[in-house]
Design a protein around this ligand. Structure first.
Ligand code: HEM
Length: 405
């Protein structure tokens, strides 16, 4: 994964590359203007390091579904090096490893398992709002959007309460690095955080080996043997933990940001929170998705979009651009929570890597928006948002708001 991400980021830094502008401040504020330029350049645009980038919905969808495309070259599909802190388990594997490992994780995210999380999510949302609303002003990210998914994923995995904050701190560094490694200092920070995260994960695994419980980690441990080797367990826990909270926080942040920027939409949600919260979540996923892109490389030469893509070359699929492709979505650039979309957005990808946690993320975000609209109808900004220093993951890192009145 990181080899690929590093590649993605590396060529993005090459001057005059179609993606290099994403790393500027205007690019971070509005990557969609840059995606439009990529789109104007054709279905597949060559990057200066010999890869391709696409803003086309149809090409993104086709590449992500095509079994001849994988997340990494076939020759490096084996197990990660032991102790590889950047190994993201099945997110980072092609079949057959992908199929085998995904099957181990999947039951924790079954519709029944996720529905069972509703009471915990509702309770957590209300507790967080009780605390946040006791003052007039609060940070929507730090006090609400971030702690919610952390509480849920640590519960799902079976992390004891006392460790949750430590997990969050280390996981945030790892999640931030999905964008690529910016400097040697950043690499050192990452190594330190991943070492610390691995130490707490190792403690958790030791605990659940001694005392299995009714949680995802215990179930993964029970599959140890043919289905999952011992060395593959820690990377899988790392993936579930980091994917569980580094993305949903941005979905909630991006949704509230969009709603406050569009007062008519916020008014509509306030008028019917239960009826419109899910639709507001879907429209945010389309219009401002937390994961902006992914990439695939083919196992054989493939003709697509009028180009030939060879093994080892990546097609960078711009999810954030595909979701605003005007040939698929009408009024594609307009944020409209009443929208009946013409196609499925690609915010959770598609094909075999389709996000395992999508139902959980949707449920958390819908409950968060519904309760916010019900309990804080006069919500307004108390200052500008600060964005993450990232281009792959998109969302605010701080978001000062007033509760109103
Ligand atoms: C995969 C997005 C929440 C677990 C993915 C992928 C995307 C994505 C785009 C596929 C990447 C690719 O095709 O290369 C999101 C977004 C989320 C979210 C936008 C929140 C709004 C979650 C949650 C979990 C989770 C809550 C649960 C722990 C995973 C896992 C994979 C994945 C395990 C790997 C699936 C595979 O490779 O087969 N996610 N995700 N995600 N996501 Fe999520």
């Amino acid at each position: 994964l990181y080899r690929q991400r590093l590649d993605t980021v590396y060529h993005a830094y090459v001057r005059r590359d179609p993606l290099s502008r994403l790393h500027s401040k205007p690019g971070r504020d509005n990557p969609y203007a840059i995606y439009d330029r990529v789109r104007a350049g054709g279905d597949l645009v060559a990057t200066r390091l010999g890869n391709y980038v696409t803003a086309s919905y149809r090409i993104c969808d086709a590449v992500l579904r095509d079994r001849r495309f994988g997340v990494r070259s076939a020759e490096i599909n084996g197990p990660g090096a032991p102790g590889d802190a950047l190994d993201m388990s099945f997110l980072d594997r092609n079949p057959p490893e992908h199929t085998r490992l995904r099957r181990v994780a999947q039951p924790a995210f079954s519709p029944r398992a996720i529905a069972g999380y509703r009471p915990l999510i509702e309770r957590t949302v209300d507790d967080l709002l009780d605390k946040a609303l006791s003052g007039g002003t609060f940070d929507l990210v730090g006090s609400f959007a971030a702690p919610l998914p952390i509480a849920v994923i640590t519960d799902l995995l079976g992390v004891p309460d006392a460790d949750a904050a430590r997990f969050a701190a280390h996981g945030a560094v790892i999640g931030g690095a999905l964008d690529g490694i910016r400097s040697l200092r950043h690499a050192a920070q990452l190594q330190q955080a991943s070492g610390a995260l691995d130490a707490v994960l190792a403690d958790l695994l030791a605990l659940r080996r001694r005392e299995p419980a009714d949680d995802a980690v215990s179930r993964i441990l029970a599959a140890e043997g043919d289905q999952i080797q011992s060395s593959e367990i820690l990377p899988m826990c790392r993936l579930l933990l980091v994917a569980g909270f580094e993305t949903t926080v941005n979905l909630i942040g991006n949704a509230v940001n969009a709603l406050l920027d569009h007062p008519d939409q916020w008014a509509a949600l306030r008028a019917d929170p239960a009826g419109l919260a899910e639709k507001a979540v879907e429209e945010t996923l389309r219009w401002d998705p937390p994961v902006q892109r992914t990439a695939r490389t083919p196992s054989e030469e493939i003709e697509i979009g009028g180009r030939t893509v060879r093994p080892g070359q990546f097609v960078i699929t711009l999810i954030g651009a595909a979701n605003r492709d005007p040939s698929v979505f009408s009024r594609a650039g307009i944020f409209d929570i009443h929208r009946e979309p013409e196609a499925d957005h690609l915010a959770f990808s598609t094909g075999i890597h389709y996000c395992v946690g999508a139902p959980l993320a949707r449920l958390e975000a819908a409950i968060a928006l519904q309760r916010l609209a019900e309990r804080v109808p006069d919500l307004r900004r108390a200052g500008p948002i600060r964005r993450r220093n990232a281009t792959l993951i998109r969302g605010p890192i701080s978001f000062p708001v007033h509760a109103g009145q």
